[in-house]
Write a protein that binds this ligand. Structure first.
Ligand code: DX5
Ligand code: ZN
Length: 219
């Protein structure tokens, strides 16, 4: 199997030194930038919006993975495409016409992702899995960084991997929330392709080494 991708979450960066932190990721073993957009409605928190993303993209040299934690994400698909998102992930719980939303994301030239809250069952994706480029399995309740990892995520990841294999899909599995060196290997073994890590990376003494450590242990 190919190497696990590491996607540091900018939510845990120092916003007063954003360029420095973006360059830190550029010069590290990380693969993607994970960008959390929250609207204060779908989740009980507001992160940052388009002007900040525009400045991140100006300096970033790696793929931009945008995680929309917003209601009615269809309204902003074109905007995020123009801003330079490579992967655009919407929440299953925020989409009434998910199949249509996925087609709209792909029509804008982005990979289409679907995020699942911890209570949302994998089986709900059965009829649409072949249309999804990435499933983001939330291993915390979305809205905040620094929360602790929900253990049920291992079983959920394995169930998702089974579904992907059964359906002959090429969907990537991303795990988001509470990822550390304590669960990274088990997540990879369960079927994870992309690991998002915010606090574990940015609150560590040496984020560059922390990223290399995650990369190394999930080879
Ligand atoms: C949570 C966000 C995550 C968050 C992860 O709502 O989707 O991407 O930044 O942060 P940590 O790794 O600190 O749990
Ligand atoms: Zn996220």
């Amino acid at each position: 199997m190919s190497q696990t991708l590491i996607a540091p979450s900018i939510l845990a960066a120092d916003f007063a030194n954003l360029q420095r932190d973006v360059e830190l990721i550029n010069n590290s073993d990380a693969d993607w930038f994970h960008i959390d957009i929250m609207d204060g409605v779908f989740v009980p928190n507001i992160s940052f919006g388009m002007p900040v993303l525009r400045d991140i993209v100006k300096h970033a040299t790696k793929k931009i993975d945008v995680h929309l934690m917003i209601v009615d994400p269809d309204r902003y698909i074109k905007t995020f495409s123009k801003l330079g998102a490579n992967v655009l992930t919407v929440h299953y719980e925020a989409c009434t016409h998910l199949h249509r939303t996925l087609q709209s994301i792909k029509a804008e030239g982005m990979l289409a992702g679907v995020a699942l809250n911890p209570h949302t069952n994998i089986a709900l994706l059965e009829d649409v899995i072949n249309d999804i480029d990435l499933v983001c399995v939330m291993s915390v309740n979305p809205g905040f960084g620094g929360q602790s990892f929900i253990e049920n995520t291992y079983d959920k990841t394995m169930a998702l991997k089974r579904l992907i294999t059964e359906k002959g899909a090429t969907t990537l599995i991303e795990i988001d929330g509470g990822v550390t060196n304590k669960n990274a290997v088990q997540l990879k073994d369960a079927g994870a392709d992309v690991l998002v890590a915010g606090s574990y990376v940015f609150k560590s003494e040496n984020p560059t080494d922390t990223i290399s450590g995650l990369k190394e242990m999930t080879k």
